[in-house]
Design a protein around this ligand. Sequence first.
Ligand SMILES: [Zn+2]
Length: 431
Amino acid sequence: MFAVYYIPFRVNCMRPILVVLVFCLLVSLLAAPLAAPAVTQSVNYAEEVKTIQEDARVKAAFDHIDTDRDAILREWIAITEINAPSKQEQERARYIESLLRKHNLDIRYDAAGNLIATRKGTAGRPVTVFDAHMDTVFQPGLKIKATVREGRVHAPGVGDDTRNIEALLATIRALDAANIKTKGDLVFLFTTDEEAGMSGAKHYTKENKGKVDYYIALDGGYEGFTYAGIGINWYRHHFIGPGGHTRSRTPPYSGSLPLARAIARIYELKVPTNPSSNLNIGMLGGSEVVNAKASDAWFTVDLRSTSNEVIADLEKQIAAILEEEAKREGVTVKTDIISSSPAAVLPGNRESHLVKMAEAVHRAMGFNPPIGNAGSNNSSAALLQGISSISTGAGPCNDAHALTENCEIEPLYKGIKKILLLEIALAGLSQ
Ligand SMILES: [Zn+2]
C-alpha cells in the first residue's frame, strides 16, 4: 500500500526531473559529432585475415577466379564498350543487371538510378557496401572499341571505373562457386553520376545512413587505399562587359583582358602541398565570333584540399583578385558554383575497424599499402554522412579521363582476390 501511495506522489515530482533527463540525453545524442565506430576489442587483424585465407572455401573462391580469367576479361570489355556518360548510365545498368540476375541477390534501383544488389548474410549485420560507379566522363555517342595488346586493354573508361565493376561481378561469381555464406549482408552498389558531382552516392548514403556499417568506394588505386576525402570545389567565374565589335573605340575592352590578368595572378597564389591542395584552371570561354569583344569572358577553377580552411582561404583570395581586375576595367564579375564537396574527414576513421582490416588485407595480399587522406570519389559522400569508409581499386591503369585510357590485365586478377578477401573479412565468414 505504502508503496502505491509513495509511487504516485513520487511520480508527480519525478516528472520534471525525467523530462530534463530525457532532454539532456537527446541533446547529447544529437550533439555527438559524427565519428567512426571505435575498435572495441583488441583484434589481431593479421591473424584474422590469415585464418580466413586458409579457409578451404576461400581457397576455392580464389581458385575460381583463376579459372574465370577469360570470362572476366571478356565481360570487362563488354561493359567498357557500353558508353555511359554521367546521368546516362541506363543501358550499362541494364546490362549489369542482366548479369546480376544469374545470382541469388536482392536487386533493385533507387531514385538516383543506382543499381543495388544485396547478397544476404546469415546475421544481417554488419552491412558492408562495395560501390563502383557506372558513369564515365566521355561524351554521349562515343563509339568505344577496346583493344588488347602487350598485356594491356585499351579503351576510354576501361579503368575508371569499369575495372571495378567487373571486379565486383567476378567476386560474386567466386563467392557463389565456393558456396561462401557471410554473416553480414554484402551490398554491391553500382552508382550513377560520380564524375559530375557524386549525386548517386550522395543520394544512397543519405537514404541509407544508419543502415550501413562500412562503405568501400572502388575507384582509383590498387596497392593502397584512402580513409579521408579531399574537398573539391568547381567554379565558373565570369567577367561581364558591354561587348561590341572589334572596331568599336569605346572601352572597356573585351572581357578577356581582365580574365587573362586574373588568371595570371591566380596562378601566383601559394597553394600548399601540406595539407595536400590543388588549383587548376581548365576551361575558358569568350565571344562566339572572332570580330566581337567578349561580353561574357569566363573560366573554370577546380580547387581541392584535404583542409576546408585552405579552400576557404584560397576562395577568398581569388574573389579579391576577380573584384580588383573587374574594377580596373569597369566590368562586373559573377561566380557560379558548379559543384562543391567539402573535405571529408571522419574523426577516428584512421583507427577504425574498417581501416585496420583493410590494411591487414592489403598486407596479406603482399602489398605495402600507401594509406592516404586525399581520396576524391564516392567515399567522401559516405564519410560526410558519418559512415566509416575507404576507397581503393582493383588494378593499375593509366590515362584516366583520356581517350588513351588503358589498364594492365594481369594485376586485375590479384585485385579481384584482394576485394574478395576484404568482402569476407568485413562481412565475416558464416559456418
Ligand atoms: Zn572514378
